[in-house]
Design a protein around this ligand. Sequence first.
Ligand SMILES: N[C@@H](CCC(=O)N[C@@H](CS)C(=O)NCC(=O)O)C(=O)O
Length: 297
Amino acid sequence: MTHARYDAPYDLVIGDRAYSSWSLRGWLLFDAFGLPVKTHRVRLYTDELATLLKAYFPARTAPTMRTPDGSVVPETIAIAEELATRHPGAGLWPDAPQARATARVLAAEMHAGFTALRSHCPMNLRASYADSAPTEAVLADVSRLETLWSWARATCGTTTPWLCGDYSAADAFFAPVATRIATYNLPVGAEAMLYVNAHLAHPSFRRWRAMGMVDGADQDYYRRDYPRRDWPGPARLPAHAVEGTGAENSLCPYSAEPVTHVLELYGRRFGFCNAFCRDKTIADPEAWPAFMALYHS
Ligand SMILES: N[C@@H](CCC(=O)N[C@@H](CS)C(=O)NCC(=O)O)C(=O)O
C-alpha cells in the first residue's frame, strides 16, 4: 500500500506506522530534515514485507531505502549515514565536531542496544497506560537513557529541547523511545520528560502518529491489559467524519483533487480527496499545515 504525498526520488519501505519503531526512525531521517521520500507501507505479521522486499534484495526488514541511483539500503543507521553524506546541508549530523561525535555515539548505541526496553515495551502509538509494571531490566535501560541524554546535553552545551543542539539524527533515533516512555508511563526525571514531550510535539512526529492512528487495524501482538490513560502528547482538536461531500472547500488541501470525504470541526465542514487523508487529519488536525491554513482562511 502506498501513500505518497508527492513524486520523490527516494523510496522507503515502512511497516505499520503505529507499531514499527524502526520505520519511524527511517522516515524521520527524511521528513524532519526536509528530504522528500515516497513511502511504501506494508502490514507487519503478514507476507507483505517479504513480498515487497523481493524487489529490494538483500533487505529483510523495514525500513529499507532505495536511493535515486538504485542503491538498496536497509538498516536505519546506514540510511542515516547515507542521507547525511548525500545531503550535507540537511543537518542530519551536527556541524560542530564534538556535537557530531556525540550524536553518532547516541545513534549507534540506540541502534545496537536497549533490548529489554524494546522487547518489554514495543512501540504502540495507539495506547497509553497508567502503569506497565516495568521489569528491573527495563528500568536499567531507562536509567541508561537518562545518563546518555544528560551526558549529550552537557557535552554539547545544548540549549534547545534536543540532545546535540538542533534536532539531529540522534534525536530521530530516540523518537520511538520517547513514545515508549509516553505509552508505558515509564518513570523518568524532569529533564528526560521535557525531551519526551519535545518529541511528542515535533511536527513530523505528530504527522506520523496521525497517520499511524488510521492506517490499518490494531495488531494483536501489541495488546496489553494495563490500565489506560490519555495520550500524554498535545491534545487533538475535536474533528470527526461526516457523510456526504458538502464542504467549505471543493478541492482537497493536499492534492487539489475534487472532494470525496468530509470532516467536521467546530461545526465547519472540510473536504479531502480520499478517506486516508480525511482520517489522518481527524486524528490530529493541527499536525497538517495545509489543513490548518484552510481552516484559518
Ligand atoms: N536493525 C534494523 C531493524 C529493523 C527491524 O527490525 N524492523 C522490523 C519492523 S520495526 C521488521 O522489519 N520486522 C519484520 C521482520 O523482521 O520480519 C534497522 O535498523 O532498520
